[in-house]
Design a protein around this ligand. Structure first.
Ligand code: NAD
Ligand code: IPM
Ligand code: MN
Length: 357
């Protein structure tokens, strides 16, 4: 048995995770993978009810007893400071040391791309976002809060180890997947200490990968180039905050957040492979209406299967997502009329069809 922790979370999280779970169950039934999906109620409801974000011991339990975590989204207007989001989402990324945030940007159909004339082959890249430090490190403080002399500081924490391991992960992935180009993006022209470290580490780690073309772009220039020439990129590696921003941009290039999947990985872990979640958030503006796009969640489940040693089954889920796009069985964010559940029905039927074929 492989145990998978399922945290639907807030807003549209439960709606899209219900579909991802159905997809996992369908492929599990057909292929006898022996998955055990264990639900957890962490999120705003639980936090507002009893103050619990993650109970003591939960992180160790995930680390030791689970193969992966599938997460919907965390974020609720009733928790304006997003305390539970930091403790659950960032808490899991940090305490489980899931230092790779791998976010594919892959166009499934020309009509989903807002750029003129770009075809699926033109938008096919992967962002490696550093996931455990940077401006997310929660180091800082507020002095003289609420006064005119207030000082608010968030430190940008960049460790040699942290920078080097995300760079290495990006190069290793490029090499393993036959991708010839790695672009590192920073802001070393302004952030002269932290991103000087990125520059030096990139040169040093890159020297171990002579077959791969290395490129550097400042993040502002990269934001422009991603829109102008997405075909110029295979792998992009960058810091935590820039990766966050660039991957929403990347999502827009392939049809929007409803399609963008992600994997939070610790490639060194022998137990828990990682946490898998859509790039999007809890989408409070559409939550509870049954119209959220579940395909990002299904693609995230595909990344999960791949990471726990079921690559062929992950590919089946991805094919089912591709069929939904090809056949236009889609929610309204991507130009369709189907409900979340109707897309789910199609995906499950498609998985069963692919398995039988
Ligand atoms: P969001 O991603 O929730 O929504 C941005 C826009 O995209 C909205 O218009 C929304 O309707 C749309 N959208 C998102 N997912 C969609 C889907 N599956 N189908 C169709 N449309 C979709 O970002 P936001 O509004 O900035 O944040 C809302 C909350 O989610 C905040 O509390 C934020 O902190 C949180 N958040 C959580 C995560 C996470 O858990 N990984 C990620 C991003 C934001
Ligand atoms: C994401 C989200 C989170 C992040 C937020 C909710 C803290 O935007 O997963 O992309 O910035 O990492
Ligand atoms: Mn984000």
């Amino acid at each position: 048995m492989k145990k998978i922790a399922v945290i639907p979370g807030d807003g549209v999280g439960p709606e899209v995770i219900a579909v991802a779970v159905r997809a996992l169950q369908a492929v599990d039934r057909a292929r006898g993978l022996g998955l055990e999906l264990v639900p957890f109620d962490y999120g705003a409801e639980r936090y507002l009810r009893d103050g619990v974000t993650l109970p003591p011991g939960q992180i160790e339990d995930f680390r030791e007893n689970y193969s992966a975590i599938l997460l919907g989204a965390i974020g609720d207007p009733r928790v304006p400071d997003n305390r539970h989001g930091r403790e659950i989402l960032l808490g899991l990324r940090f305490s489980l040391d899931l230092y790779v945030n791998l976010r594919p940007v892959r166009l499934l159909a020309e009509r989903l791309c807002p750029l003129k004339g770009k075809k699926p082959a033109d938008v096919d890249l992967v962002v490696f976002r550093e996931n455990t430090e940077g401006l997310y490190a929660d180091v800082g403080g507020i002095f003289k809060k609420g006064t005119p002399d207030e000082i608010a500081v968030n430190e940008d924490v960049n460790t040699r180890k942290g920078v080097e391991r995300i760079l290495r992960a990006a190069f290793a992935w490029a090499k393993a997947h036959g991708k010839g180009r790695v672009c590192m993006s920073d802001k070393a022209n302004a952030l002269r200490f932290a991103h000087d470290l990125w520059q030096r580490a990139f040169r040093e780690v890159g020297a171990d990968y002579p077959g791969i073309e290395k490129r550097h772009l400042y993040v502002d220039a990269l934001a422009m180039k991603l829109v102008e020439t997405p075909e110029a990129f295979d792998v992009i590696v960058t810091c935590n905050l820039f990766g966050d921003i660039l991957t929403d941009l990347g999502a827009a290039l392939v049809g929007g957040l409803g399609l963008a999947a992600s994997a939070n990985l610790n490639p060194d872990s022998r137990t828990l492979a990682g946490m898998f979640e859509p790039v999007h958030g809890s989408a409070p503006d559409i939550a509870g209406r049954g119209i959220a796009n579940p395909l990002a969640a299904v693609s995230s489940a595909a990344l999960l299967l791949d990471a726990i040693g079921h690559g062929p089954e992950g590919a089946i889920l991805e094919r089912a997502v591709g069929s939904a796009v090809a056949r236009g069985v889609l929610t309204r964010d991507v130009g369709g009329e189907a409900s979340t559940a109707a897309v789910g029905d199609f995906v499950v039927a498609e998985i069963e069809r692919i398995v039988r074929a």
